[in-house]
Design a protein. Structure first.
Length: 256
């Protein structure tokens, strides 16, 4: 807003003029006063204060900077493109970058098989089963672990063992340690043209440790060898976050 000051000037004109006339009858001059009113003129001029001029300049500079910043932001928004693949991840804080990598699991390739291992699990030297070639366990709880076994077989396919329930009864558990074994789920997926058996089993031990164990078993046959992956967690830890790691590990298992 511009503030101004007003200066008014009064121009004063005389209200009368003197005229001198001469008379033929006298040698002295004769003065006569003739009153002629003249209008007064009031002139007002608006002048801007120096301080106001400086304020206007400062306001204009601020508005110019704001305008430039607005144009710059608008240009950047138009120039930035988010690919549909990035947006599909639904991470609002990461829409201008690449999707975050999954660091919870690490790929592992063994002799004739592959799977994903939880990144916070460590290798273990403990051998639980015949033909065991791999064992990893949770850093904080050794009951939560995964083991892979490779044993020779005369079967041509996993289906030659009979249905999944019959396959389970042929081995995999220590009868002295397991009191009961309940099959919660079983399926026969085909991966890479090869049939697999998948079983979810809840076992109860004689000592009641952990209230039982959730064991996920994935098995198949290739080139005269039975490949079995068993991932497990105690019942208590299963519902405290271990389920995610056990399920993803068991489901990722396949022969190469």
């Amino acid at each position: 807003m511009v503030s101004t000051s007003t200066a008014c000037f009064l121009h004063y004109h005389p209200l009368f003029t003197q005229t001198i006339s001469s008379s033929s009858s006298s040698s002295l001059p004769h003065f006569s006063t003739i009153i002629k009113p003249r209008p007064r003129q009031l002139i007002c001029r608006a002048a801007q204060k120096p301080s106001d001029v400086q304020e206007d300049d400062a306001t204009g500079a601020i508005m110019s900077r704001r305008l430039a910043l607005t144009v710059l932001i608008g240009t950047a928004a138009v120039g930035s493109k988010v690919s549909p693949a990035d947006a599909a991840y639904g991470e609002a804080a990461n829409v201008f970058g690449k999707p975050k990598k999954n660091t919870d699991f690490l790929p592992y390739e063994g002799n004739g098989f592959k799977l994903l291992l939880p990144s916070k699990w460590n290798p273990s030297k403990e051998v639980e089963y015949p033909g065991q070639v791999l064992r990893y366990e949770d850093n904080f709880d050794t009951t939560t672990n995964v083991a892979v076994t490779v044993t020779p077989t005369n079967k041509k396919s996993i289906t030659d063992f009979g249905p999944p329930e019959e396959f389970l009864s042929q081995g995999g558990f220590d009868p002295d340690a397991v009191a009961t074994a309940n099959i919660l789920e079983s399926s026969t997926p085909v991966i890479g043209g090869k049939p697999y058996y998948f079983l979810s089993v809840l076992t109860r031990t004689a000592d009641g440790d952990e209230g039982g164990k959730h064991q996920l078993i994935t098995a198949t046959v290739k080139d005269g060898k039975l490949y079995t992956c068993k991932a497990q967690a105690g019942d208590k830890r299963w519902f405290k976050g271990a389920r995610k790691f056990v399920e993803n590990t068991a489901n990722s298992f396949s022969v190469a």
